[in-house]
Design a protein around this ligand. Structure first.
Ligand code: PGA
Length: 255
């Protein structure tokens, strides 16, 4: 049994104060939830304050990106050591917006994932096809490449402990959500890929979560699918009540 993993990706939203206010409203809403791993990913600036505000809860705090380099002349970058020092426990790697807008490559995703694991942080590795790739029947090829290259060189134990987020690019921020059948087919494919490269034990432990226009109204039917182990939520995570509803819909007892 995989514990559901539900993460809020706030992208470039919320000041430090807004992040702390959010935590104040959100924590009581999920206080009794012990069967879902919950993670909040604010901007870099809000990480220390949010880590402090959630310190006595089960909620983890994730960065939205990181450098693979330990230190040095990398203007504008943030290292894993810096994140670790303020209590960050996970890091989103290879989000499609970073792939599209900031030139993130599969090799970069691989370097960051390895470095994150070495530093004791859990990578949330994002993969997903564009609309054009889906319409020209290349979805599985694209995912095989992204997962294959992104996780290359990791051990089965390391893969078992990380999170893969399947986020079809055409569903992110568009309100156009993958159907449960579409999501399930891809999640099963990713798990088969993991099985053939890292073995059955590793593939059955690795959480494969879905992202792309997840809302309180569609979360339950997505989470009901056997291979959908949680969600990475953008827009609908900005409101604590809405995100708490998605967390509730992901609980094994309600799935
Ligand atoms: P969305 O974003 O929920 O707003 O579609 C998801 C994501 O980009 O992680």
């Amino acid at each position: 049994m995989r514990t559901p993993f539900v993460a809020a990706n706030w992208k470039m939203h919320k000041t430090v104060q807004e992040a702390v206010d959010y935590a104040r409203s959100f924590l009581p809403l999920v206080e009794t939830v012990s069967d879902v791993d919950i993670v909040l990913a604010p901007s870099f600036l809000a990480l220390p304050a949010l880590a402090e505000a959630t310190a006595h809860s089960r909620i983890g705090v994730a960065a939205q990106n990181v450098s693979a380099e330990p230190h040095g002349a990398f203007t504008g970058e943030v290292s894993l050591g810096m994140l670790h020092a303020v209590g960050v426990t996970q890091v989103i790697i290879g989000h499609s917006e970073r792939r599209q807008l900031s030139g993130e490559t599969d090799a970069g995703v691989n370097a960051k994932s390895r470095a994150a694991i070495d530093a004791g942080l859990t990578p949330i590795v994002c993969v997903g096809e564009t609309l054009d790739e889906r319409e020209t029947d290349r979805t599985f090829d694209v995912l095989d490449r992204q997962v294959g290259k992104g996780l290359a060189g990791l051990t089965p134990e390391q893969v078992a402990a990380l999170v893969v987020a399947y986020e079809p690019v055409w569903a992110i921020g568009t309100g156009r959500v993958a159907t449960p059948d579409q999501a399930d087919a891809v999640h099963r494919h990713i798990r088969e890929h993991l099985t053939s490269h890292f073995g059955d034990t590793s593939a059955s432990a690795c959480r494969v979560i879905y992202g792309g226009s997840v809302k309180p109204g569609n979360a339950a039917e997505l989470m009901a699918r056997a291979d959908v182990d949680g969600a990475l939520v953008g827009g609908a995570s900005l409101d604590p009540v809405s995100f708490a509803a998605i967390v509730t819909a992901s609980r094994p007892s309600t799935r």
